[in-house]
Ligand binder design. Structure first.
Ligand code: SF4
Length: 112
């Protein structure tokens, strides 16, 4: 018995099958890997010189340029500074939830 072949139907079925296989590749592809850059937590916490609390104590980010700073004094050698030695910035007990620059200074500086 001869098989009845319909070339139009066969081609159509092959296209459908090819379409499904391509669709499964697209669906199986992992989600896009684009991510927004994470905000720098240290930058977000850095005490701004415009912060009213900083203005109140004449905080400066560079002790060398701070008016009234004793030569050699800076946040890094202040007793209120709790940052790691050699770090660019660290916490200060005067400004909770903020970090100050190690090279900074304010008129609350103390080495007691
Ligand atoms: Fe820097 Fe000390 Fe003033 Fe804090 S209290 S900002 S560590 S000088």
């Amino acid at each position: 018995m001869a098989e009845i072949v319909n070339p139009g139907r066969r081609a159509w079925l092959q296209r459908i099958a090819a379409g499904f296989s391509c669709a499964s590749v697209v669906v199986a592809r992992p989600a896009a890997t684009f991510e927004f850059p994470a905000p720098d937590p240290a930058a977000a916490l850095l005490l701004s010189i415009a912060d009213p609390a900083a203005v109140a104590v004449h905080y400066a980010e560079d002790a060398a340029k701070a008016e009234g700073a004793k030569p050699g004094s800076s946040c890094a050698n202040c007793s209120a500074y709790t940052g790691k030695t050699g770090a660019v910035a660290g916490p200060c007990t005067l400004f909770p939830n903020k970090v100050v620059k190690a090279a900074g200074w304010c008129n609350a500086w103390s080495n007691l």
